[in-house]
Design a protein around this ligand. Structure first.
Ligand code: M6R
Length: 602
């Protein structure tokens, strides 16, 4: 995915665009670029770099300011990371930036070649610019509308026309776009974060609406070019939560936010000690007669599903399966009308999860989405949404989104159990208090940082657990892989001796999570087995649980007495371990290589 911004008005366009790009850099950081439009029109001044936005800011000092412009921060999909492929792209009198994928761009490219038009870059974006220019006879509405009708796939475009210097245009299909007008001008961005410091009220235009931004206001037009009125939305979270607030990285700031966001997430769905989703207006019979729950998600969100699975099965008595969205999509899964499908996504924009959502909807099955970003595509396309209250998560490595997703999935499991007559009052009460557990883990950060030294020196690490702890092992290993670039493998503790234990030797440490009473003794045995083969063991166990003196090389304690709720303390410990390890290695923690915050391509 990429981030796009646009602005027209009385402020410095350079400043607004560069600030916006800085805030959207989490969406991709392979290259960055801006196009600045002068008041008299003509070709805009274009600056591009394969460095970060801060480098672009330096380059921009040398060029005059402007009243309007567009900008882009790229996560490469088509073509190498180089300046030619960096946005903005230009064709004839059209300059544009793009987020998404024009799926039929090869066909369009061939058609444009027949007209003697040859692109200079490898991107689908330049084809979009050429297509719009091919239709351009002086009327931007007509050119954009006709080009959009030809394009397939997902796209958000922000467009400048050389001979309309007083306007910026935008259009989207299946890709996010937000726009805002204030007394200071009109703003656009892939995410409200781009312009949040200028105002809180914004519009989220639907697919195929043409947005015409001027310094005085924003007008919307449907595909028949009729004006359309849109309802304004308001950002309902604390604007400051999008800043680092003195922390060196967003990741550590977001880890520290967990007590407050967990508290907020859990409280909204507990009324008089019972789980209650009425504030989200779910279909009244959503949980009725459900025999099976199928959770579909990617990455960390999928791990949240795995973490919650035992609670669904043990308390609500429903069978649960968990699947990564791309597999669900690729195997063309059969949709079962007696299954409740739960889709989990922080961004609400992940392409494979969105495709799964559409497939399930078409199949007519019950569907519940667990989403963090309000107004996201998945939120808009779902009849039933339960929101996590994590607030904006900027670091690529997901932390507070994970624990709030687990909390919401636990609440759904408890609600289903409650509806089936099971007394879950103890679990509801415990869930209300989990934020305190996380607070206590955060206070143990120095010990975790010390323990991280053992991991920072390794080339390979195993993460082991049983039952719910295996799900947490998966999440712990993903965290360390993505920000430390250390190869880590999560494995069921009980399965090691069936082959994989041959890899254990001195220098290959194991992080063993053991928070479930029913298999605690067996987990400790696994620690012994690895240690006797020379592998160091870092054990994560609840406070007070007995560990023999030689039971592990390092023991990290988490508050509580094990069971389901230990998921939160264990997750926070694993997040801190990954963060401290990456910090000790001097890694670019918030912007790990090759990654972007949400994956809007399949
Ligand atoms: O926005 P989503 O929750 O749908 O994103 C899914 C994954 O891409 C995401 O959880 C990813 O694995 C994490 N950023 C990793 O920390």
């Amino acid at each position: 995915m990429c981030g796009i911004v646009g602005y027209i008005g009385a402020l410095s366009a350079k400043e607004v665009l560069l600030n916006g790009l800085g805030r959207l850099e989490y969406r991709g950081y392979d290259s960055a670029g801006i196009a600045l439009m002068g008041e008299d029109g003509g070709a805009p001044q274009i600056l591009k770099t394969t460095n970060k936005v801060e480098a672009l800011r330096k380059d921009a000092e040398a060029v005059p300011d402007a009243h309007a412009g567009i900008g882009h921060t790229r996560w490469a999909t088509h073509g190498a990371v180089n300046v030619i492929n960096a946005h903005p792209h230009r064709a004839g009198r059209v300059t544009l930036v793009h987020n998404g994928i024009v799926e039929n761009y090869q066909r369009l490219r061939a058609r444009l070649a027949d007209q003697g038009r040859t692109p200079v870059s490898e991107t689908d974006t330049e084809i979009a610019a050429m297509l719009i220019d091919s239709y351009y006879r002086g009327d931007p509405h007509e050119a954009v509308r006709r080009a959009a009708a030809d394009m397939e796939g997902s796209f958000t475009l922000a467009i400048l026309f050389d001979d309309h210097p007083d306007k910026v245009y935008a259009i989207c299909r299946n890709s996010p776009l937000t726009v805002m007008h204030t007394g200071q001008g009109s703003f656009l961005g892939s995410d409200v974060l781009a312009f949040l410091h200028y105002g809180r009220k914004y519009y989220a235009p639907a697919n195929d609406l043409l947005c015409e931004l001027t310094a005085e206001g924003i007008a919307f037009f449907d595909p028949a070019d009729r004006p359309v009125a849109l309802q304004e939305k308001t950002v309902d979270w604390d604007v400051d939560s999008a800043d680092k607030q003195g922390y060196p990285h967003y990741m550590i700031k977001e880890i520290h936010e967990q007590p407050s966001v967990l508290r907020r997430t859990v409280r909204q769905y507990i009324v008089e000690d019972r789980v209650d989703f009425s504030c989200d207006d779910l279909e009244p019979d959503l949980f009725e007669g459900v025999e099976h729950v199928h959770i579909v998600a990617c990455g960390t969100a999928m791990h949240a599903g795995l973490t919650a699975k035992p609670m669904f099965e043990q308390l609500a008595g429903v069978l649960v399966s968990v699947e990564v969205s791309s597999e669900f999509r690729d195997r063309e899964a059969r949709i079962n009308p007696r299954t409740l499908y739960i889709l989990v996504s922080q961004s609400g924009e992940t392409a494979d999860t969105l495709a799964a959502l559409r497939r399930i909807r078409e199949g007519g099955a019950k569907l519940l989405s667990v989403i963090n970003v309000k107004g996201s595509t998945m939120a808009r396309e779902s009849r039933n949404v339960v929101y996590t209250q994590a607030g904006p998560e900027i670091a690529v490595a997901s932390t507070k989104a994970f624990t709030t997703q687990v909390a919401v999935l636990f609440l759904v499991a408890l609600k289903m159990a409650q509806d089936r007559g099971v007394d879950v009052s103890n679990e509801v009460a415990a869930l209300r208090r989990v934020h305190k557990q996380v607070e206590r883990v955060l206070s143990r950060r120095p010990a975790i940082a010390e323990a991280a030294r053992m991991l920072a020196a390794a080339r390979d690490i195993f993460y082991l657990g049983r039952g719910m702890d295996m799900a947490l092992a998966e999440e712990g290993s993903l965290k360390i892989k993505e920000i430390s670039y250390i190869h880590a493998e999560a494995y069921p503790a009980g399965e090691m001796k069936h082959g994989t234990i041959s890899l254990i030797e001195p220098g290959v440490p194991t992080v063993l999570i053991a928070t479930q009473k029913n298999c605690y003794a067996k987990s400790l045995l696994c620690a012994q087995e690895n240690r006797s083969r020379g592998g160091e063991v870092l054990l994560i166990v609840p406070d007070g649980w007995h560990v023999e003196k030689d039971g592990a090389d390092v023991v990290l304690r988490i508050p509580g007495d094990g069971g389901f709720m230990s998921a939160f303390g264990a997750a926070a410990t694993l997040q801190l371990l990954a963060y401290e390890c990456a910090y000790q290695k001097g890694m670019p923690i918030d912007q790990p290589r090759n990654l972007a915050k949400s994956v809007t391509v399949a």
